[in-house]
Ligand binder design. Sequence first.
Ligand code: GLC
Length: 432
Amino acid sequence: MNRLNNSFGRLAVRFFGGCVVVSQLTLLQSVPAETVRFAGDSDLVGDNGRWTRAVAEEWAEKTNNTVEYISRPADATATLQLYLQYWGSKSADVDVFLIDVIWQGIAAPFAVDLKKFVKSDIISEFFPHSIENNTVNGRLVSMPWFIDAGLLYYRTDLLQKYGYSGPPKTWEELAEMAKKIQDGERAAGNLTFQGFVFEGKPSESLTCNAVEWIYSYGGGTIIDPDKSVTVNNPNAIKALQTAKSWAGTISPTAVSTYGEEEARNIWQSGNAAFMRNWPYAYPLGENPQSPISGKFDVTALPKGGDDGKNAACLGGWQLMISAYSKVPNASADLVRYLTSAEIQKKHAIELGLLPTLPDLYNDPDLQQKIPWFKNAPDILANTVARPSTVTGGSYNQLSQAVFENASKVLNSQESAEDAIQQIERIAKRVVP
Ligand code: GLC
């Protein structure tokens, strides 16, 4: 946190000193014209795809290169399946991939070492934790582009209407408040109103939720960084039982089919009191055309009981260059451009995504446009990483065990105890 607070001075020098701007222009002009194929953010997730495509095209125009944009699927797990096909067939059809924070071990064999393309003084401006996460066997697999963290969205107007002075501190409080608001709104005529929406579909997004529930109840992180498998404990079981109790009460039974966008659509149309989602939903909800504009805020996700902990699953997306790319230099120029302070600032202001350059957190423009950023350091202090470093190339098997079994619990097809045992069994198999 200190690092975040103390770094504005250095930012000012970099932004306003002029020399970096000059060196960047030189860099852009020195690259010969090439076509870079970029698998970027999804056209089906808020404005992310449209925005990323436009910025990549802006880069192409400035550098006389061409960019061909490929929208990734909205779903993270489906995105990985698609990428694995390119990587498995050693395809040169995509040069730059937007990859998830948890795929570094999986992607490493198919990535160029970005240390060869990005100067070390530039790399050192990024959050050290992100660089460490993206470094596998000494090779920098990807450049961090934006950070994600699970947030609790809540309707300030409805909390006030139902006599609550602030957002819930525990999941138990959330369930109570969600029920009261849901009953009240339904009685007033909105029959489809929901207390709480979240991502319950059997996919990576449910793994994120499950990691938050388990950690918030003091149930640990499934596999510890020292490789011990800790998931089979009463707190983890309690966490899954609690989530199950929401399905069909404060959450629709169909929550077990929702990804990010399904949850956001209900929330943003004004039909939910609470939502668990990522930062991208904030500016979309604040859009003047949105029915909930000016009527919501975000805070840390609740603790599991009074003795629990706040937990925000650490997410985020990175830019990697394919080892099979025939245009690595132009690709690297695009990656440097997208991860530059200038573009990250625009990204944060226009899409509400958390930058990977600590200096930007003190930027007054960002704080004015996305007011919750001023609390971001506190929320980021509660982030919980999925066990992807410790599982490396096998992370997806673990995640699949988590989301498939958590999904069965939500759908009453398996007890929480059995689900935890299944997750433990796979976890023990994948830790090397
Ligand atoms: C967000 C996160 C990513 C996570 C995904 C799950 O995009 O940034 O890390 O895996 O959601 O849907």
